[in-house]
Every structure is written in structure tokens, then in C-alpha cells.
Design a protein around this ligand. Sequence first.
Ligand code: SAH
Length: 512
Amino acid sequence: MSISKSGKVYLVGAGPGDPGLVTLRAKECIENADVIVYDHLANPEMLSWAREDAEIIYAGKEPGEDQNLGQREINALLIEKAGEGKQVVRLKGGDPFVFGRGAEEAQAIAEAGIPFEVVPGITSAIAGAAYAGIPMTHRAHNSHVTFFTGHEDPAKSESAIDYAALAKLGGTQVMLMGVERLGSITSEMMKHGVRSDLPVALVRCATTGQQETLTGSLSDIAQKAVASDFKAPAVVIFGEVVALRDNLNWYEKRPLLGKRIVITRTRKQSSVLSNKLRALGAHVIELPTIRIEPPSDLREFAELVQDVHVYDWIVFTSANGVEAFFDIFFKLYDDAREIGGVRIAAIGPATAQRVKDFHLHVDLQPDEFVAEAVVREFKKQGSIENLRILLVRAEKARDTLPKELSALGAIVDEGFAYRTVPETRDTSGARRQLAEDGADLITFTSSSTVENFLALGLSWPQGMRIASIGPITSKTVRDQGLKVDVEARRHDINGLVQAIRELFTEKNAEKS
Ligand code: SAH
């Protein structure tokens, strides 16, 4: 895509919300795009797949937003950017050609003579039903499915919905948009002869940690929706198949459903934790507070890497360090054997795993994932006097490790492999999301995530609790005058997820 000189527009379906429900082609388009114009229904988390230098434009249509682009402006923008020779991704919620004006955008682009491609997505009409445990079809109940919009084109004088036809057709019917008009829609349906006890389900924010389903019958669903203040975006499913949900409701039983959890680590590192929490049903807000950059003195680090074979040990304290090290190592050498006979220590399973990814053995891995434990392990190994140790770490890391190893007589060189800097960008609008809708929990996976989150100066959402990965991070939290609500017993991502799960189980929830 990037080698092409002529611009092109990709109308890409972002799926219903869960980032796992997007196509491989959609991901590829996002990764290659020069410009991305996205909708408010497209999950902004997908923007983290974009290139660093991609231009990202929000074209949401939320009511009450001032920077809204009108449809004509969106069309003009797509044409203009593609006209400049750019690869433009128009990211739309669900499927781009199921309601929501994708067709009009395609027409405008075609008319302007701009090449385009359509990447279908999983529409909310289908995903909403599936995630609510409602099969669209069942041999015993229906033989066809109808999608219709509850949103009237204001230009039309008569109702766009053919109630008589819907009533006659039966089967499963799925309505997009128009939850606000549910009262008049259901009463029109009954007037046209649809039975008043027909099962109906409303599914809002389908496939996300905020999914909610409300069920009832044609005669009472509208009133139930008003009573529970049921809000858009939602799909409405009419039909006998709705009743099957009683046994098939699989998604809404997840332990963290509806919990809003903030992740503060780097964008690149967030996904493992995000995916695990999402799998438990949480609504994840990725709000990276830090970013990994090359060290201030890359040359100095490169020189240490070049001489790696003279050391007895390398100690890696983080996965980032391992990556930075081998990045340089393989630029300097084309043969892994150049590493020589040096032995390798790694703190934490993620760090050890990165070493193993390079097909190297980890000789020493303390049970606890803090610097002090490495020192203890080294002591167990016997004397380290006069051994040469290369410590691969972040700039401004704690002094404990080099000091204690030196105190034991080792000759320690510190290699500053990378620098942790504050993340200044907020491409996915996470900060706004946090300010507007709050969160139940924030996760801190290192001291720098704590410090940099607080440095952002965001107001603390009411009731937002704190989960910490381990004692060092917890101490930083407390030093800042905050309380740690839960600390992982095992200081890694799985341990953190386990702790969060326990925090939200009933027994613990009562205590808090
Ligand atoms: N192209 C989109 C639909 C756009 S119209 C698609 O294929 O899904 C916008 C409507 O889609 C909303 O009013 C709502 O009815 C529905 N919708 C989109 N995402 C949704 C979600 N996650 N949960 C429930 N409804 C959703």
C-alpha cells in the first residue's frame, strides 16, 4: 500500500466494538494508512495499530460535540486527502455498508474518480445478537432475518418503515438506530398485527465491557427501556429466537463485565493485559502514560553491547531492555555466537520470555521479581567477586542493584538501554473518556506509570480504585498519598489479573 503513489480510500469496517472482532485486512489497512478518519462507533483502541506519523481525524457524530464534521465535509476530506496521494482509511463502526452512510461516502468517492476499496466488518446487527446469546436463526423458529433502520430520513414525509410488510414477514427482525423512538415503533408494529407478546431484546454497546441487554415483549419493552434509562447505541432484536437467550447467554456472565479498568503502561505493552481483562468482560481504557525511547547516549550503550563477550553475566531487568539490547546486538553482529560465554540473568517472567524469544537460555531467574531478589540469588551462587556484570536497564532506574552487586565485589557496568518518557499523545481519546465516564480501577505496572499518570494532572474519577503489580510500585503509590486497593501476589501480568479478579468478586467487594 505504502509504495503506491496514487491515493486511495479504504472504507473499513471496524466491527462492533471488541477489537478481536475486526478483520485481518482491516488491521492491515490501519497499519499502513497515512490518514485515518474514524467514527465514534469505531473502537478508538484500534488506532494504536496506526503508524506513529499517521494523521488521525475524529469525525464522530455524537450530539453536543463542536468539532463534528458534517457528512459533506467528511466526503470532501476523504477526497482531498486521497487527492494528495495518501492512503486514507475511513474507519466505520460495524460494517461500512450497513446503514451509517458508508454507501453515500463510497458514491462521493467514486464520483470524484478516486480509487477505493471496501473492507467489510462484523455488523452490530449480527454481533449484538450473538453476544447477547441470541441466535439470529433457528430451524424451529424462523427462516429469514430482516435488518431495518428505526431512523427516519428527515427529508421523507411518510414513515420510511413499512410496518405492514414487517408484520407480514415475521421471522427475526433487527433494528438499528431509533431506540429513542421505540415506543412509537412498537405500537405501530402491534397496530399492524404483530403479536404483543413477541419477545424483544435491546442490546447496547454490544461486544464491549459495557454491554447491557434488556428483554421484554413487544407490548412492554418500550416502557421498560424508559424506566431503566436504556441508551443508544443499541440494536433491537424482535423474534422468537430472543427467548433462546435464557439458556445461551454466555457473554454477560463474565466476572469483570461492566468494570471500567484503566491501563497506564506503554501502548505497545498494553495489549497483553488489555486482552486478558477484556476476556473477563472488562471495559478497558488504554491510557498510556509512558513511552519507550532510545537512551540519551545510544553510542555509549552500543559500545557496551559490542563488548558483551567480555562479561561473565548480563542482567536484564525488563523486557524493554532485552529488546533494546538485541536490537543493537544484531545491528552490530550477524551471528548470535558473538555473545560469547556470558551468562544471563532476568528479572520477571516477561523479561525471561523475551530472552528465550532470542533462543538464549536464562541462567538465573529469581522467584521474586524485584532487584533485591537478584542480589540474593547471586549470593546463593557463591562469590561474585571480580566477576564482570553488565546491567541492562532503563535510565534513571533505582540504584539498588548496581550498588549491592558492587558491594559483593562484582565489577558492574550499567548499560542504559532505553529511556521512559511521558506519553504526551492521546490518540484514542482515553483521557476524555476517563474524565467523562470515570473508571472503577486503575492499574499501575511500574513506578513510572504512577508518577506519569499523576503528572498528567487529570482529576481522579470518583471511586476509582488502585491495583499495583508489586511492592515497589505500591510504595510509589503510597508515597504519592494514595491507597493501594490490591497488590498482585505474583508480580507479573497474570498475577495482576488474578488480583483484580479477586478484588471484584463478591466477598471482596463487600469489604470495600
Ligand atoms: N455500520 C454500523 C451501523 C451504523 S448505524 C454496523 O454495521 O453496525 C448506528 C447504529 O448501529 C446504532 O444506532 C446502533 O443501533 C448500532 N450499533 C453500532 N454499534 C453498536 C454496538 N456496539 N452495540 C449496539 N448497537 C450498535
